[in-house]
Design a protein around this ligand. Structure first.
Ligand SMILES: [Zn+2]
Length: 296
């Protein structure tokens, strides 16, 4: 365990032992907020542990349709609610998320980027990370998140000429397969997973509308829910999403879903689960105790 993880484990253990996690859960049970959590590519053990932890602690898993109905006032704001979402559309999600969701009968929403699924097989940051590692380029993934989209795409296209990667995204067939199972819901996460705030208007509009169109044609279902890549968005994206028929969008702001935050259905917050930290720390992250540790 790294020094960082060890220190975080000690802080998390203290949050558990001193009742901060319990307190955070109690407020959820009392209906003050819904716990909103997101994953990327957890292994089966981590995802199963998270599902089991919430079930053991008396939570009810909500679907995105439930969230939409609560936001619309068609359903009352519930106590003990938790919602699980997953970003990108990793290939491992089929076995590690979809299979577990169906086994435990808990709804989960996967936000998929269509181009890695349909074409590249790998995500842009994996190409850049490999090229940087191999000394082919000087820019890091972080650097390329800060440049205009055209600049990032130009470097990426050049890198793709020489760097080959194994498939890390679901295939179209696999996405169709898991979408047809009862507890998996698919949402959009753009076409190419750009940093939307770095895109010109036409690119942003294309990323939001084309991913919806493509997913709907593959899955033969309405795709109305969205997650912003890297959590980056502006008012422009909210306007395009609304105009294109989306009804909900998730950010990466670490917070609970409250009656107030549901008034802004295109800016829904979520707590992240990390893949290389202790489960104790993840419990604190998921329940918000980690982020509110001074306030509770
Ligand atoms: Zn993403």
């Amino acid at each position: 365990m790294s020094v960082r993880n060890m220190a975080a484990f000690l802080v998390s253990s203290a949050l558990l032992l001193t009742g901060k996690v319990k307190k955070a859960c109690k407020k959820a049970h009392d209906g003050q907020y819904i716990i909103s959590v997101y994953f990327h590519s957890p292994d089966k053990k981590l995802f199963t542990s998270c599902v089991k932890w919430f079930l053991k602690n008396g939570f009810t898993f909500l679907s995105l349709d439930d969230i939409e109905n609560i936001a619309n006032g068609k359903k009352t704001f519930p106590g003990s609610g938790v919602v699980f979402t997953v970003d990108d559309g990793w290939r491992s999600n089929k076995e590690n998320i979809a299979a577990v969701a169906n086994e435990y009968k808990v709804p989960v929403a996967i936000f998929a980027s269509t181009q890695p699924i349909e074409k590249d097989g790998a995500y842009w940051w994996s190409y850049i990370g490999k090229a940087k590692n191999d000394g082919l380029i000087s820019q890091s993934i972080r650097d390329l998140k800060k440049v205009p989209n055209e600049e990032r795409v130009a470097i990426l296209e050049k890198v793709k000429e020489t760097v080959a990667l194994p498939r890390e995204a679901l295939t179209v067939e696999e996405l169709k397969e898991i979408s047809a199972t009862p507890y998996v819901h698919i949402g959009s996460h753009t076409v190419t997973h750009p940093i939307l705030s770095q895109c010109p208007d036409t690119t942003s509009a294309f990323e939001l509308t084309e991913s919806k169109r493509k997913l709907e044609s593959w899955l033969n279902k309405k795709v109305n829910h969205f997650a912003y890549p890297n959590g980056e968005f502006r008012q422009r994206e909210i306007d395009i999403l609304k105009k294109s028929g989306y009804t909900l969008a998730f950010t990466t702001v670490p917070d609970y879903l409250t009656p107030e935050s549901l008034q802004k259905p295109f800016e829904l917050p979520r707590f992240d689960v990390l893949e290389n930290i202790s489960f104790t720390e993840n419990i604190c992250r998921m329940t918000g105790a980690w982020f509110n540790r001074k306030l509770l």
